[in-house]
Write a protein that binds this ligand. Structure first.
Ligand code: GLN
Length: 457
């Protein structure tokens, strides 16, 4: 595989790290042929798809946007890759991301940032900025993303597209390069809610190769989206506005479009109430401890021996020195920051104070959701506190927390394992940039976010 085959700059976006022109064309031709022969094919057969470069694909490189995996070819397909191949969806290529999915802007990619099609000086969100930018710019009708703390939904919000994080365990993680295993989920990116629903049905389902996979039948997501889009489709839907995810800290135009979305729901016959989730205040802190702890463990396998990059230092190349040199050269700053944070949080003597308390907060966040879902069917909030910010606009070396604050509204759902959707809510008046609206539903009730999303859309 030619590492120059990134076509960086040819369209100004850098959404793709690898393009699979011939492969995609071959599948498209097979679909044509099969249709001509009168074969029954899946509804999405022939519809091209872009795949986030954190998901392994046989015959195409997988880099996680890291120097560490540059030139590495997976010997197998992820289960979700297999699923889209089985539906005969041509894979257009692999999309850019923050290195190992750590970030909210796609600026942490080792292969250069992706740009937002709405304004090339702005970020497309992250970590799945490549998938969102490709869909937003009509380079792909559908894409796959992964969402550990918002990496499908926040990019969808700031690029004016749709993104869904499914219930934890409902889509297989087999072959998805692990960031934080108790939080990671694969999900669809698209331009309409129905398109995400159709793709979700392709990728969901029990997988014995993922030990956290639920043994549930795949839900009727497309039917739910169609129901929500009908006249009166939202009648009687109980919607809770999350008080803790509105107001202070949210850009004025984001709040304005959000308020309008809530009014639209009311006029469509939904019953809107306000709900309190007092423990959300601690969710971001807990997430960054749990996530970094799992990151430090999951990334230990990049030792310069088993995968990708190997740097052999001069002198006596002991295994420790090869490992140290490979990791120093292979990982970017943000990845190193999180490995160090996680290693510290898990170290003897600090374990209870940091990891232990973070797990307790996780339980409290789940309780807040449980209490809220006793009163309402779905919850609603803005997806992200601001519209797309300028590339280089957040000085992370001075204050990495500034970047982390982007995830304030998306993280609680990952901690609780519940499903959520982000869909376009119009443009913020002050900067004419897309605003995202988020619906959340109880675990295993993914169909509800499609009904609500399609109704609002
Ligand atoms: N922005 C979050 C983070 O940096 C989300 C990551 C993700 O969902 N992969 O951790």
């Amino acid at each position: 595989v030619d590492p120059e085959d990134r076509h960086k700059g040819t369209d100004g976006l850098n959404a793709f790290l690898h393009r699979n022109r011939e492969g995609a064309l071959r599948v498209a031709k097979e679909v044509d042929q099969a249709r001509a022969n009168g074969e029954q094919l899946h509804e999405l057969a022939g519809v091209p798809i872009a795949v986030k470069d954190l998901i392994v694909t046989k015959g195409q490189p997988t880099t996680a946007a890291s120097r560490m995996l540059e030139g590495w070819l997976s010997p197998y397909d992820a289960t979700v890759t297999k699923n889209v191949r089985a539906a005969k969806m041509p894979i257009l290529g692999k999309t850019n991301l923050d290195e190992f999915a750590m970030g909210s802007s796609t600026e942490h990619s080792a292969f250069g940032p992706t740009r937002n099609p709405w304004d090339l000086n702005r970020i497309p969100g992250g970590s799945g900025g490549g998938s969102a930018a490709a869909v937003s710019a009509f380079q792909a009708p559908l894409a796959l993303g992964t969402d550990t703390g918002g990496s499908i939904r926040q990019p969808a919000a700031v690029t004016g597209t749709v993104g869904v994080k499914p219930t934890y365990g409902s889509v297989s993680r087999y072959g998805v390069i692990a960031m934080a295993s108790s939080l990671d989920q694969v999900g669809p990116c698209s331009r309409t809610v129905l398109d995400s629903a159709l793709l979700h049905e392709v990728i969901a389902g029990h997988d014995p190769q993922d030990s956290t996979s639920l043994n549930d039948p795949v839900g009727s997501f497309a039917a739910a989206a169609r129901q929500g889009a009908e006249d009166g489709g939202l009648k009687g839907l109980r919607v809770g506005v999350v008080k803790q995810l509105t107001g202070e800290g949210f850009q004025a135009g984001v709040q304005q479009r959000f308020n309008e979305a809530v009014e639209l729901l009311q006029s469509a016959g939904a019953e809107v109430v306000e709900v309190e989730t007092p423990n959300f205040e601690y969710a971001l802190g807990a997430y960054y401890l749990i996530m970094s702890s799992e990151v430090s463990s999951n990334l230990a396998k990049y030792d310069g021996v088993r995968f990708g990059l190997r740097v052999v230092p001069e002198g006596n190349p002991t295994i420790e020195r090869v490992m140290g040199a490979s990791r120093a050269a292979g990982f970017g700053d943000e990845v190193k920051r999180r490995i160090i944070l996680g290693t510290y949080a898990l170290s003897a003597g600090y374990y209870d104070a940091y990891y232990g308390s973070a797990q307790q907060v996780r339980t409290l966040v789940q309780r807040d959701f449980n209490a809220a879902f006793e009163k309402v069917d779905v919850l609603i909030s803005p997806t992200a506190p601001t519209t797309a910010f300028t590339i280089g606009g957040v000085d992370e070396s001075a204050d990495p927390m500034q970047m982390y604050l982007n995830d304030i509204a998306t993280i609680p759902t990952n901690l609780a394992g519940i499903p959520a959707i982000s869909l376009p809510g119009g443009l913020a008046p002050e900067d004419d940039l897309p605003v995202g609206i988020q619906f959340m539903a109880p675990a295993r009730e993914d169909a509800r976010v499609y009904r609500a999303g399609a109704g609002l859309e």
